[in-house]
Design a protein around this ligand. Sequence first.
Ligand SMILES: NC(=O)c1ccc[n+]([C@@H]2O[C@H](COP(=O)([O-])OP(=O)(O)OC[C@H]3O[C@@H](n4cnc5c(N)ncnc54)[C@H](O)[C@@H]3O)[C@@H](O)[C@H]2O)c1
Length: 335
Amino acid sequence: MTAIAVLGTGRMGTVHARNLRAADPTLELVFFDVSRNAATALCAHVAGRVADTLADALTGVDGAVVATPSDSHYDVARAAISRGITVFCEKPMVIGLTEADKIVTLAERFDVQVQVGFQRRCDPDYVALKNAVRSLRHGDPLLIRAVAADRWPPSTEFMAHSGGIVRDCLIHDLDVVPWMTGRDVSSVYAQGAILTAGSYAEHDDHDMVTVVLTLDGGAHAVLTASRTNPLGYDHRIEFLGTAGTASVGLDRRTPIRRTDEECRPETVYEDFRERFAAAYAAEMMAFLRLVAGDGENPCPAREARKALVLAEAVERSIRLGRPVNLTGPVRTSGL
Ligand SMILES: NC(=O)c1ccc[n+]([C@@H]2O[C@H](COP(=O)([O-])OP(=O)(O)OC[C@H]3O[C@@H](n4cnc5c(N)ncnc54)[C@H](O)[C@@H]3O)[C@@H](O)[C@H]2O)c1
């Protein structure tokens, strides 16, 4: 019987545990959380057992899902990788590039697959757009526009461990643009702002970031991330090419309307769990195939590292107030 440890049983640990159980009712699930109450509460809804320690949780399992706060991913993922366990790690893989390099090296040394939770890579609509873009159905890229607007600001506790808006939120689109286009990023120009109440300044963070990426060949990608959007959760992307345009994420639940229409907030996406439900289910299916030694890894550690290269460039650009050129292609390893 396949056994999977779910490490961290908060919002994403719960989503992943439910999807794992739905995908395979025979799975043995082991839950570990520094809050035993959290692990016990999840265990009551999704059958399994609660482990007392991380080491206990990792004993005898085939796979581990890391859904702890982002600044603990490095230690938790390392513990699993060095036991030879296949790992699914939530995004960002780690907070810093140095840690990312160590994870990539460790995974290769132990010959362990690490799948990072950039769920857009498993979202049917994002995958369809990526396939269209890669096959040049819409021609050569001219402009990509990505919107990432959460409905509710993060709690102070979450923010403190998140790595900030760029590494926590914008990072999804920093991953998507090179993945979708197959193009490297040659320069990054970013601005950050604090426009709403919250402890952003204390955490050296922003609640809004706007980024212009220049891709090899000259196309632009404009990415925006906001911690607050009163109408609802709005994450989408548009592609403009020399032969057409396409978008993902514009549907009747997207919290945007023409000015002559009323937006009915009860119909909009509340948060990521509603908006990306299909993608989260698909990424757990992919993870179970990896655990079984089968299938392709939708986002290996080496791929996830590239988004951190871009995140560091975005933060540097904000600090310096000018564009930052990337010296090496983002797609190739800087290790
Ligand atoms: N892919 C996505 O769309 C998406 C969406 C939200 C969150 N996330 C990521 O998922 C991760 C978890 O976020 P969340 O929203 O579920 O947070 P959360 O606060 O709801 O849950 C985190 C849980 O981890 C537990 N925990 C803390 N330190 C731990 C440790 N060292 N070992 C075991 N348990 C520990 C906490 O007690 C808590 O129950 C973060 O990395 C976040 O960036 C991804």
